[in-house]
Design a protein around this ligand. Structure first.
Ligand SMILES: Nc1ncnc2c1ncn2[C@@H]1O[C@H](COP(=O)(O)OP(=O)(O)OP(=O)(O)O)[C@@H](O)[C@H]1O
Length: 201
């Protein structure tokens, strides 16, 4: 379970929010919404532990994430605004590199199947800098599949995706939730995920 108690976030001179509480249990999904600049990315960064709150705390499995960040980060997949891909490596090398960093041992077939699932058949050996914006997002979707993290925190994951890829990402998130995962995401668009909770900032 992911919880936040009394979170207060200050950026520069501005207090973005305070007294923010949330609770997301296994198999549940939270959609964080709000206008540009309201503090959605800032909240996600607090939930990942990348930023520290002015006050309040974030708990994972009833324990403050500050107590054991290494274990927490092993269970967490965070996709930020920018594509976290190495531009001079191929799509296949990118997801293999991330798996090696995460200590995940998968066969080459599994990596290829993940890329193919998201329409990258024939593109797997191209350097990422030769892929379109949407294709890069699809490489990240393949990474979500191969990462095996319980908690997904996704900042604008639907950006740059075409209609088909939006459906595929929604399905991937639904599969993850059905398998007992948790998802927190931001998006300016309506998302078709059953029982999604909404947090309006
Ligand atoms: N490092 C920083 N120093 C000062 N202000 C910052 C910093 N980072 C973000 N901000 C400000 O905090 C506010 C919230 O930013 P944030 O990126 O969390 O918004 P957002 O809701 O995700 O916006 P968007 O929908 O445009 O992505 C903005 O006004 C931004 O300018």
């Amino acid at each position: 379970m992911l919880e936040a108690h009394g979170l207060c976030c200050v950026r520069g001179e501005r207090k973005l929010f305070s007294g923010l509480n949330l609770r997301i249990s296994t198999g549940n999904c939270l959609h964080v919404r709000g206008e540009n600049g309201v503090g959605k990315t800032s909240l996600l960064r607090l939930l990942t532990g990348l930023s520290k709150p002015e006050s309040g705390e974030v708990l994972w499995c009833n324990q403050s994430i500050a107590l054991d960040p290494i274990t927490y980060h092993r269970e967490l997949l965070f996709l930020g605004h920018r594509d976290a891909l190495k531009e001079d490596l191929t799509a296949l090398e990118n997801i293999q590199m991330y798996a090696a960093l995460d200590d995940i041992d998968l066969s080459q077939e599994k990596f290829l199947a993940a890329l193919w699932r998201f329409g990258l058949r024939g593109r797997e050996n191209l350097p990422v800098n030769c892929l379109s914006a949407g294709q890069k997002r699809r490489v990240l979707m393949a990474r979500m599949l191969t990462r095996q993290a319980k908690l997904w925190i996704l900042d604008e994951p639907f950006n740059a995706l075409d209609i088909q890829a939006v459906h595929e990402l929604q399905n991937l998130m639904i599969e993850h939730l059905s398998a007992g995962g948790l998802v927190v995401f931001t998006s300016h668009q309506e998302v078709k995920i059953p029982n999604v909770q909404v947090l309006e900032l």
